[in-house]
Design a protein. Sequence first.
Length: 344
Amino acid sequence: MNIENQVLGLIKLSEYIKEFLAKDSADYNDHDNEFESLLKRSEIENPWFTMENQKFALNEWTQLLTQENINNWIGNYSVSKASKRVGLILAGNIPLVGLHDVISVVVSGHIPLIKLSSKDKRMVPFLLEKWNEFSGGAVPFEFVERLENFDAVIATGSNNTARYLEYYFKDHLSIIRKNRTSAAVLKGDETPEELQLLAEDIFRYFGLGCRNVTRIFIPEDFVIDRLFESFTGFQDIINHHKYANNYDYNRAVYLLNRDLFWDNNFVMLKEDDKLFSPLSVINFSRYSSLDEVKSFLAENEGDIQCIVAKEELGLDSIPFGEAQHPALDTYADNVDTMKFLEVV
């Protein structure tokens, strides 16, 4: 069966990536050099895709694509007996952000018509070719510049783009995703280690992902310096020219406007109720009652991808340091892509 070959191919793909990541460049063979060259080209074309972040994303997929994980995931769904053509408009804010949608469509028994993001146009085709090779040609896919002759669509874009997409695809089965971000709620007794894990949730991928924390809720008596102390592991982020440009610009704007902000020379903290913050800035607010926080989170549910907090706070949250480690059954916007694909 195709699905069995596809699963076997995913496991082989995971092993292939794992072996590549474990090698020293001095031991590369021709295939490894091709892979490394692809990553370098991706970074040249999109400087946000640093080698470190691309390899981080690849390593995440090696953790996900085990036989146990894949079988536990797809075992909850039925494979379509009639293949449909599913259009995918992929995002490109972080490396391989669209790969989950592609895999979901294929293992559901459908054919993905993939419109790549101009920001992430190298790695997805490369990995799909490898997956197909490892599956004995059992992985159907097409890359397109324009979506035509499709039965359903899954598209990701900005809020403005999403309005256009909702209108354009109004007569089709669709999942249209908009801008989202993530928040953290601190109880106040977090350990330095927990706050360092929070820093990973904030700074990984330069904060460009929808699962990156841009808003923090802290108790009234929380000392801000504790956050800055936990961020020091990411201080080299300021050496990235595009991040530094954002930092310099936002700092200049705040100084000109005489806004109050806290600064440690690579990130700024600003007391602001907004959920979304500019790159290089983290918004925070102090709370006296957890009910205030719950009310805000409920009102802004449609803009929040995930919440990072201690389990004991009783929120629908994930632990510190887990924001950039979603499972195969963690779906963007909490919309079950596989359930959607069952009814296409």
